[in-house]
Design a protein around this ligand. Structure first.
Ligand code: IPM
Ligand code: MG
Length: 357
């Protein structure tokens, strides 16, 4: 039987609850489609800070490096808000991204017809939306130097650096161009080239690379306009290509088109190492431990792991179909409620998904 070695990172907040649901679905998909998953769970984020003092212990990073794919639930807890930045849970995630060289973050946004009335936008605006945010993930202002805080005569000053090299722009652009070839062949690159030097270079480099892809229609938007267009007419977008910070912001905005941020999966990929698959949402500390969380974004992230990471296409599709079926049948967690339905708990949603699979 085929074997795949998976690292599962439950992390913080609602992480363990949605992980439990996803783990049993993955195992059941393995039985059904004839492969074995060897799953190791490791600590990261706040839970790792508590037991080891570090948000990304070396054992966790090494296990991820040795695996065929990593599935992460969520990271972050208000408990650690007052810690210096590099000791916070989120730093564990950033170190994992850079430690595995996961420069390409792919966030597909597709509207499920059953949820068309759940979005805060009008049904005619969102119906048929099928776009993908391709976000550069290991550069830009998240990682640029110099950064820090210094005391000044009259107080304190803090700074970060937004930086991209032509090489960094080129490798993320190529991912976007290749993905667009299999889609509607349209890329909108998002920057702030009217103000930032780094964006000017970004735009020039994207234009240069687009010469190699004559079939792709390339356009550019400033990030403020892109944010507006995303809610005004989201159907105009196929692939949105952007840097780390703008991608962070625009992908949360795009998530809301689907009705809830609890629906959106993502994949973070390197050139040849294991990928990291994680929901776009955070750890939702306000509902942690209450069995209320929506596990679907993590389940769909597991489907991306199966498809992109393990090449188990049938199993991936079966998971996606199970999600669609359960939503079609009217099952909802509380983030997706409309008045006519009673909300399911996280584990009840898991049971329905298992049944549908
Ligand atoms: C995301 C998250 C992270 C980010 C946080 C948790 C560091 O918001 O994956 O979008 O900013 O990249
Ligand atoms: Mg984010």
């Amino acid at each position: 039987m085929k074997q795949h070695n998976i690292v599962l990172l439950p992390g913080d907040g609602i992480g363990p609850e949605i992980t439990a649901v996803t783990r049993s679905l993955l195992e059941s998909a393995g039985h059904k489609f004839g492969f074995q998953l060897n799953i190791e769970e490791h600590i990261i984020g706040g839970s790792a800070i508590k037991s080891t003092g570090s948000p990304l212990p070396n054992t966790t990073l090494e296990a991820c490096r040795q695996s065929d794919g990593v599935l992460l639930a969520a990271i972050g807890s208000p408990e650690f808000d007052s810690l210096p930045r590099e000791q916070r849970p989120e730093s564990g995630l950033l170190s994992l991204r850079s430690g595995l060289d996961l420069f390409a973050n792919i966030r597909p946004v597709k509207i499920n017809p059953a949820l068309i009335h759940t979005s805060s936008l009008k049904p005619e605006v969102i119906s048929g939306v099928d776009l993908m945010v391709v976000r550069e993930l290991t550069g830009g202002i998240y990682f640029g130097n110099p950064k820090g805080r210094v005391k000044t005569i009259d107080g304190e000053r803090a700074f970060n650096t937004m930086t991209y090299s032509t090489t960094e722009i080129e490798r993320i652009a190529k991912v976007a161009f290749e993905l667009a070839m299999d889609r509607r062949q349209k890329i909108c690159s998002v920057d702030k080239a009217n103000v930032l030097d780094v964006s000017q270079l970004w735009r020039e480099q994207i234009d240069a690379i687009s010469q190699q892809y004559p079939d792709i229609e390339i356009s550019h938007l400033y990030v403020d306009n892109a944010a507006m267009q995303l809610v005004r007419e989201p159907k105009q977008f196929d692939v949105i290509l952007t840097g780390n910070l703008f991608g962070d912001i625009l992908s949360d905005e795009a998530a809301m088109l689907t009705g809830s941020i609890g629906m959106l999966p993502s994949a973070s990929l390197s050139t040849d190492g294991p990928g990291l698959f994680e929901p776009v949402h955070g750890s939702a500390p306000d509902i942690a431990g209450l069995n209320k969380a929506n596990p679907i974004a993590m389940v769909l992230s597991a489907a991306m792991l199966l498809k992109i990471g393990l090449k188990e296409h049938q199993a991936a599709e079966a998971l996606e179909i199970a999600v669609a079926k359960v939503l079609d049948q009217g099952f909802r967690t509380s983030d997706l409620m409309d008045k006519s339905l009673t909300p399911l708990t996280c584990s009840e949603m898991g049971d329905q998904l298992l049944k549908a699979l």
